[in-house]
Design a protein around this ligand. Structure first.
Ligand code: ARG
Length: 456
């Protein structure tokens, strides 16, 4: 945390040093005095270069100070963020070998009249204990206090009880921030690192209704994106449409039967739900139709022109319906459905094979992820890929090709296990390191149909 008072002190120190050096140089530049002092020119040169360095340093510090000042005007400070930064600094300095030590800042308890408190000492003591080091939390808190940087934010910090550190804010600092707030209104906090979050939301399925779960995902997802953009991040909104898979076989076969000239005359399939149900009835009752539906899937997956045309027609009908909702909510989202990742999937499976992460069970190729009892199904026994394969391809694409450093999936909580497995598998494969990037599922309840069964 750069702090104006620290920077100012540095600047003053450097100024004083420069003045001293300038005096010295003045003496040295006077040949008489220099001679009297018995100084030879290489040393003068050295001083000159030191002086130049100091000048550079002081300009740099001045620029930082100016930056801090304007930053104050444009951004609002996050008090909790500042406390977290300062304590984080002290804690990491005290325990350089602890990986991700907790900072554990909480609002203060009213009885203590403290504004905030840091409870990290208790957690750190537990962490050390598990490594066979016995220390009491109070000593830990004292040690953290020793490494606390000098700042303008606190009136008082004190260790109390078993090892809490009570935090009392500097009132004039808080008052300053309050008047900033009153004068300038709510502004985004300053972000040190601009992130590239990729938010997967909405993601309905073609030929099925966009149900309340997709609607909630759309609203929550869009809100998250707007908030992240307001703060200053560079957000990519992605619609992971369910636009690929075996259901397209029966839809295409049914389209071919009902509207054989679909390639030239646009078929009236506005009511896609009805169309879907009709084809499903045929699929379940007519063996001949079922066989054709399977053949149609294979042709679609081989990108045969006529089948791609039929697939696009069907997707377009759904797109028109989805767009009505997006327009009404003011949502602009990039469509990147499961089909987008289809061509990447063979390579993904190959990579997992090469890393010895897959196994074949009952003709299916699966992958177990650490800590998960249910595997991902990567290749079905008929050779087709799945929802899991598309998500594996998508996560890699988002982390590497899109350079996302914060992936957010806004999907109902019913898919929580799916995402746990996915994130664990991505770690195992070496694509995702939680210390470097952030990948998370934002769940929001389970969507049940009228029969109380989860709907997809
Ligand atoms: N289409 C899916 C469903 O309706 C949601 C997809 C969510 N995103 C993802 N990357 N899996 O359940």
């Amino acid at each position: 945390m750069s702090d104006i008072s620290i920077l100012t002190a540095h600047a003053e120190q450097a100024e004083a040093e420069i003045t001293r050096l300038e005096d010295e140089i003045a003496i040295l530049q006077d040949p008489q005095k220099a001679l009297a002092a018995g100084v030879i020119s290489p040393e003068l040169e050295k001083l000159r270069s030191e002086n130049a360095k100091l000048r550079y340093q002081i300009n740099h510090l001045k620029r930082n100070i100016d930056g801090e000042k304007t930053k104050g005007r444009q951004n609002m400070v996050s008090l909790i963020g500042i406390i977290d930064d300062v304590f984080g600094l002290a804690i990491r300095k005290t325990f350089p070998d602890l990986e991700n030590p907790p900072v554990a800042i909480q609002k203060g308890k009213h009885t203590m009249k403290n504004d905030y408190q840091c409870n990290a000492a208790m957690n750190i003591s537990q962490m050390l204990k598990s490594q066979g080091v016995n220390t009491n939390p109070r000593q830990i808190a004292d040690a953290i206090m020793q490494n606390m940087p000098e700042t303008q934010y606190f009136e008082k910090l004190e260790v109390c009880g078993p090892g809490f550190i009570n935090i009392y804010l500097n009132k004039s600092y808080v008052a300053e921030q309050m008047s900033e707030l009153l004068n300038n209104g709510v502004r985004p906090p300053f972000i040190r690192v601009k992130k590239h979050p990729i938010v997967d939301f909405s993601s309905p399925n073609i030929a099925k209704e966009m149900h309340v779960g997709h609607l909630r995902s759309t609203i929550i997802g869009e809100s998250i994106c707007r908030l992240l953009e307001w703060v200053g991040h560079d957000v990519l909104r992605l619609n992971h449409l369910g636009d690929w898979g075996t259901q397209f076989g029966m839809l295409i076969a049914h389209l071919q039967d009902k509207f054989p000239n679909y390639a030239t005359v646009s078929p009236p399939i506005g009511d896609l739900q009805k169309f879907y149900k009709e084809s499903k009835v045929r699929f379940d009752n007519d063996e001949e139709f079922k066989k054709r539906a399977y053949e149609a899937v294979v042709k679609l997956q081989n990108y045969e022109d006529s089948h791609i045309k039929a697939w696009n027609l069907i997707c377009d009908v759904s797109r028109i319906e989805f767009k009505k909702v997006y327009d009404r909510l003011g949502v602009t989202i990039v469509e990147r459905g499961e089909s987008y990742y289809h061509k990447m999937m063979p390579n993904i499976v190959q990579e997992l094979d090469d890393k010895n992460l897959t196994l074949v069970e009952d003709g299916r190729k699966i992958m177990f992820a650490p800590g998960c009892s249910v595997p991902l199904t990567l290749v079905k026994s008929d050779g087709g890929f799945t929802y899991d394969t598309s998500d594996m391809a998508a996560i890699k694409n988002r982390l590497f090709d899109e350079n996302g450093d914060w992936l957010i999936y806004v999907v109902d909580a019913g898919q929580g296990t799916h995402f746990d497995i996915l994130y664990s598998a991505a770690q195992k494969t070496g694509w995702y390191n939680p210390n470097l990037k952030r990948v998370e599922h934002v769940g929001f309840g389970v969507v049940l149909g009228e029969d109380n069964v989860r709907i997809l």
